[in-house]
Design a protein around this ligand. Structure first.
Ligand SMILES: *Cc1c(COP(=O)(O)O)cnc(C)c1O
Length: 426
C-alpha cells in the first residue's frame, strides 16, 4: 500500500475520522505520527522528533516500541491472537489475573477482564448493584462520588463524572442522578470528613456504592487530595453498609509513587478498576477486581451470575503484553524512577509559578500540573510545546504531563520547559 501524502491524509481525516471530544468535520489539524520509539514520536513533515509528555494518556509507561513488550505480542501472535472467553480459557488471561491479585491491595481476589476503562467502571457498578439485589436490597442502586471526578464516557461512568463544567454536563437530567459530595480538599480537613460521613449516612438506604478516584482526580481537573479522605470513606462505607469502589484507571501501576493510589492510604476497596497503563499502552484492556464478599454475594442471588461478557474479553494479545508490562515494572526499582521524575518535574516546573496567569503548580509522583486562571488557548499552547520539542495535550485551564517512566533527566527537563512555555503562551 503506497503511503498517502500527508495533505491527503489530513484531508481524509478531517472529513471522515472522529477524534476524541471532536467535532465532525474536524476543525483542528492533528499531527501525523509516523512511528514512536522510546519516549519519542516521529511526526510527518517535522525534522525533529517530539518527546512524549503524555504517555498516550497515562498508558505508555515503558515508552514505545519496547523490545520486551514487542516480543510478548509477537510470541503470543504466533500462538493465537484471540479466542472467545466463554467456555474457553488460556494462560495469558490466567497469568494476568494472578498477577493483578498478587500486586493489588490485600483482599481483592477476583478479576473481570474488560475491554476499556469505561467498561470496567460499568462492570464495577453492575457488580455493586447486583450485590445488593442478591442480598434482597434492590433499592440500593445509587452511587455517591465527590465532585471533580472523571470515570469514563459510557453511561454509568458519565453519571459520576463532575456534573458541572465537565465533559458530560450536556447530559444532566438524562443520566442516572447520583449523589455528589463537595470536591476533596488538598489537605485533610475534619469538617470535610464529617461532610462525607453525613452524606453517606443520609443516603445509606439508596446507596449501592461510593466511587472515587483515589488521591488524584485525573481528567476531571488533575487535582490531588489527602489519602486520609480514603480512610474516612472506608470507615463510613463500613459503618453504613455501602460498598467502596476505587477507580485506579489513571493512578494504577506506580504513577503516583505507590503501586496503586489506595496503597497511600492502606485501604482496600471492595471493587477496583484498572486500565490505561495495564498493557503498557500497547492494547486496550482494563480489569475490575473485587473481594470474595462481593463475588459470594452475587453468587447467592436469584441470578447467581455476573451477566457481562464482552466479545473480546480476556484478549490473549492484550493479556500477554499486560503480563510483560507488569513484569517490566516490578522487575525494576520503579519507586526510584518515579521519585527521579518527580524531582525533575518539581525543579523544572518551579519557574511556572512566577508566570502571569498561573494559579497553581503541583507535582505528585510522575505527574506535573500547571493550572491557569483562564481557559487555555489549546492551539497556541500546543504549538509552544511543539516548538520546545515536546508533545503535550493541554485542556480547560490545565497544562499537565505524565511522562513515560523511562524518560531520562534531560528529557524530563525539556518536558518541564515545554509545560512552562505552553502555560506562558496558552
Ligand atoms: C481514562 C479513564 C477512564 C476511562 O477509561 P477508557 O479506557 O478511556 O474508557 C475511567 N476512569 C479514569 C479515572 C480514567 O482516567
Amino acid at each position: 500500500m503506497p503511503d498517502l501524502p500527508v495533505s491527503e491524509l489530513l484531508d481524509l481525516d478531517r472529513r471522515h475520522v472522529w477524534h476524541p471530544y471532536g467535532p465532525m468535520p474536524g476543525r483542528q489539524e492533528p499531527l501525523v505520527v509516523e512511528s514512536a520509539s522510546g519516549v519519542r514520536l516521529t511526526i510527518a513533515g517535522e525534522p525533529d522528533e517530539l518527546v512524549d509528555g503524555m504517555s498516550s494518556w497515562w498508558s505508555a509507561i515503558h515508552g514505545y516500541n519496547h523490545p520486551v513488550l514487542n516480543d510478548a505480542v509477537r510470541d503470543q501472535l504466533g500462538r493465537m491472537s484471540h479466542v472467545m472467553f466463554g467456555g474457553l480459557t488460556h494462560e495469558p488471561a490466567v497469568r494476568l489475573a494472578k498477577r493483578l491479585v498478587d500486586m493489588s491491595p490485600e483482599g481483592l481476589e477476583h478479576v473481570f477482564l474488560a475491554d476499556s476503562g469505561s467498561v470496567s467502571v460499568e462492570v464495577a457498578v453492575k457488580m455493586c448493584l447486583q450485590y445488593w439485589r442478591s442480598l434482597g436490597r434492590p433499592r440500593k442502586q445509587r452511587l455517591l462520588t465527590w465532585r471533580g471526578g472523571y470515570h469514563g464516557d459510557t453511561w454509568q461512568p458519565m453519571s459520576v463524572c463532575d456534573p458541572e463544567g465537565g465533559m458530560h454536563e450536556l447530559w444532566q437530567g438524562v443520566l442516572p442522578r447520583q449523589v455528589f459530595a463537595d470536591p476533596p480538599p488538598v489537605a485533610y480537613e475534619e469538617s470535610y470528613a464529617d461532610h462525607l460521613r453525613s452524606l453517606i449516612e443520609r443516603h445509606a438506604d439508596e446507596l449501592a456504592a461510593v466511587i472515587v478516584e483515589p488521591v488524584v482526580q485525573g481528567a476531571g481537573g488533575m487535582r490531588f487530595h489527602s489519602p486520609g479522605c480514603l480512610r474516612v470513606l472506608r470507615e463510613a462505607c463500613d459503618a453504613y453498609g455501602v460498598l467502596l469502589v476505587f477507580d485506579e484507571i489513571a493512578t494504577g501501576f506506580g504513577r503516583t509513587g505507590a503501586l496503586f493510589a489506595a496503597d497511600h492510604a492502606g485501604v482496600t476497596p471492595d471493587v477496583m478498576c484498572v486500565g490505561k497503563a495495564l498493557t503498557g499502552g500497547y492494547m486496550t484492556m482494563a480489569a475490575t477486581l473485587c473481594t470474595s464478599r462481593i463475588a459470594e454475594g452475587i453468587s447467592r442471588g436469584e441470578v447467581p451470575v455476573l451477566a457481562h461478557g464482552p466479545t473480546f474479553m480476556g484478549n490473549p494479545l492484550a493479556a500477554a503484553v499486560a503480563c510483560a508490562s507488569i513484569d517490566l515494572l516490578l522487575g525494576q526499582d520503579w519507586q526510584t524512577e518515579i521519585k527521579r521524575i518527580e524531582t525533575g518535574l518539581r525543579e523544572g516546573l518551579a519557574p511556572a509559578s512566577e508566570l502571569p496567569g498561573v494559579r497553581d503548580v503541583r507535582v505528585l509522583g510522575a505527574i506535573g500540573v500547571v493550572q491557569l486562571d483562564h481557559a487555555i488557548d489549546m492551539t497556541a499552547a500546543t504549538r509552544a510545546a511543539v516548538r520546545e520539542g515536546v508533545w503535550l495535550r493541554p485542556f480547560r485551564d490545565l497544562v499537565y504531563t505524565m511522562p513515560p517512566y523511562v524518560t531520562g533527566d534531560a528529557d524530563v527537563a525539556r518536558i518541564a520547559r515545554a509545560v512552562c512555555a505552553a502555560a506562558r503562551e496558552g
